[in-house]
Ligand binder design. Structure first.
Ligand code: F6R
Length: 605
């Protein structure tokens, strides 16, 4: 999962390429580079580390040219280094690549026979070398690109640029998204429409298997069978907020703070008076016998939360799994199953593959996505938007609560459809949900208290999170957030599981974060908390006023949130979990928006 961009322009492209890469940094940020054709000559600049290093390099070693390609990398093959950075060039060919070339070792061995040896450890360089080989056999650049593409196994989005061809790019999509942008006398290609946002809002998405020959005045697209394909050009409405921190120090802080607003907006998209109305096609849950929920990471924890909701509210059997396990388990999908995929980016490779596994097996493919034009959305029978707006921080925050929101609405609809909830009870829950944005704002006001505790948590080497029922997935999410951005080792357990092993970890150096609103399970959570405190453990209790009053004296720290109906607690308790991770990371001085080793969109398996 890297970001790629290409421009056949009418002005100098280097600064425009760098600017487009800035908008793609969410896909990877361990090195970056650009290549241009200037007076027929192909040349490139690459730098390890964040994009700013490439910008600095370009100040000292500018790169002229009106056509070029660019790349921001998340390393798969070969460490982040200048030599492994893209574009990869082999003689007169440069390529940028997102994905993995699975057969690159065989290809390398073959190319060695022609006297071509790689200078990097990457799979991508093989692509440029192979194209160079075909050029040396007398192929035209387009033929060389096609013959190269025919040889590649794996998942990729690729763009080729050729020496002596200032008006040509060849692009291909197989398993990784690629968008073509139409300008006035200019043409663009990018990993997504956002990269191209300031350049154009006229976008053509390549379909799976498509190849495109692009010049300044034309695009010729052929499908996987080599037939000319007519792909629609769409007008895309871009969210300009993407690269604006709006005065916040970090995108993550902005996105945490945005949650009340985006949730209120999202609700408006799903409610008609006191009825839940899904955008697009209706989903009749009386016909659904089983729900299979699949996702990765934070989106998986949203699914795990939804399992409790669907089971408890709608009495519906639910299976939930991480996408990378689900697809290789090859689970039987029985008739009456709706398969539901949750993904912020809509491009996560494992989730997309799991969706494709279910394609001809499930009655219906539903997705809950943030990016409406994403592959997962486009390959679903019904794509439900979460309306979170663009999420830039690598650690997911507002997308999580907005996913929860849509999943809860679906569970409520299922409960009504299946006769397990009266209209009156629904109206009551919906009015509580409408009031939630205000309550989330009140929870944000705990930020200073959380910051104080976070300074102490920042000293810890390990942190445990505990939760029961709906708070168990939240505990998992809290631990994930903390490890992602503060690099503190954090684990989560269902509170009742602690005594079956993890309690051995407890001592006075291990803070234990207990998420426990005063609900039906509270007494049991208190017992588990006592077990921790009896062993010298320091408990940070996140609860409501009633919970705080009943928790006892020995709790190390308490964060008090407003009380909400139990069913809504995951949406509320996400806020302190996020703020705790955020403030801890700030105290530790880590890179909050772009934590090490991660990327926002994971388009490799
Ligand atoms: C964690 C995080 C990741 C993503 C996961 C799935 O903060 O952001 O765990 O949730 O990579 O990504 P999407 O939702 O884009 O499929």
């Amino acid at each position: 999962m890297c970001g790629i961009v290409g421009i056949l322009g009418t002005h100098e492209v280097a600064p425009i390429l760098v600017e487009a890469l800035r908008r793609l940094e969410y896909r990877g940020y361990d090195s970056a580079g650009i290549a241009t054709v200037n007076d027929g000559v192909l040349d490139r600049r690459r730098a390890v580390g964040k994009l700013v290093n490439l910008s600095d390099l370009l100040v000292h070693e500018p790169l002229a040219g009106k056509s070029g390609i660019g790349h921001t990398r998340w390393a798969t093959h070969g460490a982040p280094s200048t030599v492994n950075a893209h574009p990869h060039q082999s003689g007169p060919v440069a390529v940028v690549h997102n994905g993995i070339i699975e057969n690159f070792r065989e290809l390398r061995a073959e190319l060695a026979g022609y006297g071509l040896t790689p200078s990097s450890e990457t799979d991508t360089e093989t692509v440029a070398m192979l194209a160079q080989h075909y050029l040396s056999e007398g192929c035209s650049p387009i033929e060389a690109a096609n013959r190269t593409l025919d040889r590649l196994h794996g998942a990729f989005a690729l763009v080729f640029l050729f020496q002596g061809e200032g008006d040509l790019m060849v692009a291909a999509r197989k398993g990784s998204p690629l968008a073509i942008g139409h300008g006035d006398g200019e043409m663009y290609v990018g990993s997504d429409a956002i990269a191209l946002a300031p350049l154009t809002d006229r976008i053509t998405y390549l379909d799976e298997g498509d190849r495109a020959v692009i010049t300044r005045s034309s695009v010729e697209i052929r499908d996987a069978e080599g037939r000319l394909a007519n792909r629609a050009m769409k007008q895309i409405h871009m969210d300009a907020a993407r690269i604006d921190k709006a005065g916040y120090k970090h995108f993550m802080a902005k996105e945490i703070a945005e949650q009340p607003t985006v949730l209120a907006d999202a609700l408006r998209g799903y409610l008609e008076d006191d009825r839940i109305s899904l955008p697009g096609e209706e989903l009749d849950f009386t016909k659904v016998e089983r729900l299979t929920l699949v996702a990765c990471g934070t989106a998986f924890y949203a699914c795990l939360t939804a399992k409790y909701w669907f089971e408890q509210l709608a009495r519906m059997p639910v299976e939930v799994d991480v996408a990378s396990e689900f697809r290789y388990r090859e689970p039987p999908i029985t008739p009456g199953t709706v398969a539901l995929f949750v993904s912020q980016s809509g491009e996560t490779a494992d989730t997309l593959a799991a969706l494709r596994y279910c394609r001809d097996k499930a009655d219906k493919i539903v997705s809950v996505v943030n990016v409406a034009e994403s592959s997962i959305a486009r390959e679903s029978d019904l794509a439900l938007p979460i309306h979170a707006g663009v999420e830039v921080g690598v650690a997911s925050t507002k997308a999580f609560t907005c996913q929860l929101n849509v999943l809860l609405l679906l569970a409520l609809k299922a409960a009504v459809d299946r006769g397990h909830m009266t209209q009156e009870a629904l109206s009551e829950t919906l009015s509580a949900l409408r009031a939630l944005p205000g309550i989330l704002n009140a929870a944000m006001a705990r930020s200073d208290d959380i910051e104080r505790v976070a300074r102490q948590i920042a000293e810890a080497r390990d942190v445990l999170f505990l939760g029961r029922g709906l708070m168990y997935p939240l505990a998992l999410e809290g631990a994930l957030k903390l490890k992602e951005i503060s690099y503190i080792h954090a684990e989560a357990y269902a509170s009742g599981e602690l005594k079956h092993g993890p309690i051995a970890l407890i001592d006075k150096t291990v803070p234990v974060v207990v998420l426990a609103p005063r609900d039906a399970l509270f007494d049991k959570s208190v017992s588990n908390m006592q077990e921790v405190m009896a062993r010298g453990g320091k408990v940070l209790l996140i609860t409501d006023a009633a919970g705080a009053a009943e928790a006892g004296q020995d709790v190390w720290q308490t964060i008090v949130l407003p009380a909400v109906p139990s069913v809504l607690s995951p949406l509320l308790y996400a806020i302190p979990a996020q703020l705790l991770a955020y403030h801890t990371a700030i105290a530790k001085g880590t890179d909050v928006d772009q934590p090490r080793n991660l990327a926002k969109s994971v388009t490799v398996e």
